[in-house]
Design a protein around this ligand. Structure first.
Ligand SMILES: Nc1nc2c(ncn2[C@@H]2O[C@H](COP(=O)(O)OP(=O)(O)O)[C@@H](O)[C@H]2O)c(=O)[nH]1
Ligand SMILES: [Mg+2]
Length: 358
């Protein structure tokens, strides 16, 4: 019998949730021919081993383990690409999404062949966000408003991570997806060239079952970049624009700190340039780090900071040597410092990003 519904579940450090979720799926989807694909980004807590163990006893379960890659949206896309069923659902592993509405979502898609997608919604009558703090409610509301404005659809919950869609609709737009960050539903709507036909189905967002949320500042930054990409991406490459903004801000910081240090410290040119370059390197690291203490633990974070600094130090040596040569040649301290800083930043951007960005 062929599989009718695939449930794609992105996981990162969810070892205590996968078994319970599989059991819930099995009971709620009784009578449906389903499969579950867990897409795990090489969790450090052994989530993939647990999924494989479940899969060895239940043929409906599969583990798609990705090594060296990260990201909720791209995990969902790869999960969906790996299945051939007519209908696909995406949901979190932590039981915040109410699996009991899956059969109703499936029914809605089967009944109405015009529908592309059914969205599990917290913001329609009957839905809710549970016990969120006022600040999280505010941030979500803000992100929702921006999302609605960009996709120009009356979708009440464009930030939802819980939905079911038709394989044919996914195939139509998969090549246009951005695939970055957390907001896959927004990506689907914003990438579709035709008007998406959708229906929202209410559910109450539950408390996380076990483990910790991976939501952090990076998620908001990625969302901002994706929104920008959808608005102006047709005219100018966002990566190109970000490169320039990044380089400009680094140089501005370098310039002001150099000025400040020259006035306050009154040390030799080489010492000042070295100190400023190291501080700028650390600021650059904080903005570009891929690991977070919350998500990956202290050890991985410190390891990335150390390897980043060692790479960055090569840039600093290049930068200070060039700056010193120019200074010795007769250029002013500020100009020599800035030229050295620019070359050092270029090294940081190209070399470090190649090594650390995944
Ligand atoms: N594969 C993969 N899954 C992720 C990643 N980040 C988060 N997830 C999963 O995506 C789902 C939602 O993440 P969660 O931290 O609960 O976000 P929140 O509900 O907004 O707090 C969970 O099942 C996570 O395990 C990632 O980088 N890769
Ligand atoms: Mg969650």
């Amino acid at each position: 019998m062929s599989v009718e519904l695939t449930v794609v579940i992105p996981t990162y450090n969810e070892k205590d949730n996968v078994k319970a979720l599989t059991e819930k799926l099995a009971s709620t989807l009784e009578g449906v021919s389903w499969e579950a694909i867990f897409v795990d980004d090489d969790s450090s807590d052994g989530t993939a081993d647990i999924i494989r163990d479940i899969a060895s006893k239940d043929v409906r379960v599969r583990c798609l383990q990705r090594i060296g890659r990260k990201g909720l949206s791209s995990a969902c896309i790869e999960g969906m690409l790996s299945c051939s069923s007519d209908y696909m659902a995406v949901m979190d592993a932590d039981m915040q999404h109410d699996e009991r509405i899956l059969p109703k979502m499936l029914e809605a898609l089967k009944e109405n062949s015009e529908l592309d997608i059914v969205v599990g919604s917290r913001y329609v009558e009957g839905g809710g966000v549970g016990q969120w703090s006022a600040i999280r409610k505010m941030i979500s509301c803000f992100a929702t408003k921006i999302g609605q404005a960009v996709i120009r659809a009356d979708l009440k919950d464009p930030m939802s991570g819980f939905f079911m869609l038709r394989q044919s609709f996914f195939q139509e737009i998969v090549r246009d997806l951005n695939g970055k960050g957390f907001k896959i539903l927004f990506d689907l709507f914003a990438s579709s060239s035709k008007k998406v036909k959708f229906k929202e189905m209410p559910y109450d967002f539950r408390q996380r079952n076990a483990g910790e949320s991976k939501l952090d500042l990076r998620v908001s930054v990625d969302y901002g970049i994706m929104v920008l990409d959808k608005i102006i991406g047709k005219f100018v490459s966002i990566r190109f624009l970000l490169f320039f903004i990044n380089a400009f801000l680094v140089l501005l910081l370098h310039y002001f700190m150099l000025m400040f240090a020259a006035i306050i410290l009154r040390q030799s040119f080489v010492f000042t340039q070295l100190l400023v370059s190291l501080i700028v390197l650390m600021v650059f690291f904080m903005f570009n780090k891929t690991r977070s203490v919350k998500k990956d633990g202290v050890l991985k974070f410190v390891w990335e900071a150390l390897s980043f600094s060692s790479f960055g130090c090569i840039g600093v040596v290049i930068n200070v040597s060039i700056a010193y040569c120019l200074y010795d040649f007769g250029l002013t301290g500020m100009l020599s410092g800035l030229i050295g800083g620019s070359i050092g930043s270029l090294w940081n951007y190209i070399a470090i990003k190649q090594v650390f960005r995944k």
